[in-house]
Design a protein around this ligand. Structure first.
Ligand SMILES: [Zn+2]
Length: 298
């Protein structure tokens, strides 16, 4: 084989189908097949193999440092290659801060074309994908938090239908509670009574779709997710037919449901917390003014 022969047949991969190799390793669940960019580089070496599989610095959760840190990696076997063979290999990453905690990925991968791209399948990672959930999610979901975590476990393992089904159960069970929390925010914010009346009416609706219709236009702005009604987003996501959609599509939708639920829980916490803080601040100021007046009289 000629030294600079391309790693594999030169297939053109549309840019929108590519994700950075680092993002694939950091975030993608198991069993994901994905076209990746920045997977390999030409070494310009006169000796040995002319291409090298890359190990970009990753941002991963470190169990020793208790936070997200930079990790550097190395392939277990030779990282250089001269053709586009499919490679089964481990890539081990170590925390740059403590130089102790590590994470190992097991991937099947192949270089494609001559632009540094590749195709990869993640078949294992240890420790498993760390997804930090804010405390507000547990507080919001109550007893259903355990089912939510089971959905998250499925999501991390690339089990789309499983993740979707768990999340759907949680959202359906929590529908009225979510509306009740939105109502609490609306009550704290004050405003027209008909907004609160509509939210109260929505709580009585048995069907999710009718409840979503009932709250149309009355969700406080601070709770909108990227300018959208979070309940409508959740309802739309739950409307897919799980029996007809492929597992990958269920996984993508499950991922979106989780992001919206987590975002909503944080927004609710902030909206309710900020109002409490504001109330305390107003109360402090009123007390301070009253005391100052009293001192002035004395
Ligand atoms: Zn560390």
């Amino acid at each position: 084989m000629a030294e600079n022969e391309n790693p594999a047949e030169d297939k053109a991969i549309p840019p929108q189908d590519l994700v950075p190799w680092s993002e694939f390793l950091e975030d993608y669940p198991l069993n994901s097949v994905q076209n990746v960019s920045e997977y390999y580089e030409k070494t310009h070496s006169q000796y040995g193999d002319p291409f090298r599989r890359l190990t970009p610095t990753l941002r991963l959760h470190c169990s020793k440092c208790k936070g997200v840190r930079n990790f550097s990696g190395r392939w277990t076997h030779h990282d250089t290659f001269s053709n586009g063979d499919v490679v089964h290999d481990f890539v081990k990453y170590t925390c740059k801060d403590c130089e102790d905690a590590s994470k190992t990925f097991c991937v099947i991968s192949q270089a494609i074309g001559d632009n540094g791209n590749g195709c990869a399948l993640k078949i294992g990672e240890f420790p498993e994908l760390h997804l930090e959930l804010p405390r507000s999610v547990e507080k919001l979901l109550g007893d259903d938090y355990k089912l939510f975590v089971k959905g998250l476990t499925c999501e991390k393992r690339g089990l789309g239908i499983g993740a979707f089904t768990y999340y759907r159960r949680v959202v359906e069970a929590q529908k009225n509670h979510l509306i009740a929390e939105i109502l609490r925010v609306a009550e704290k914010l004050g405003g027209p009574a008909d907004i609160r009346d509509k939210l109260k009416a929505a709580q009585k609706e048995k069907q999710f779709s009718r409840a979503v219709d009932a709250v149309k236009g009355v969700i406080p702005e601070s709770l909108l997710v990227d300018s959208h009604n979070p309940l409508k987003l959740l309802h739309n996501a739950l409307s897919i037919c799980v029996h007809a959609e492929p597992d990958e599509q269920c996984l993508r939708i499950a991922h979106s449901i989780r992001l919206v639920l987590v975002d909503l829980s944080e927004r609710l916490k902030l909206a309710l917390g900020e109002q409490d803080e504001l109330r305390t601040a107003v109360s402090d100021l009123l007390n301070f003014t009253a005391e100052a007046k009293k001192k002035a009289k004395d």
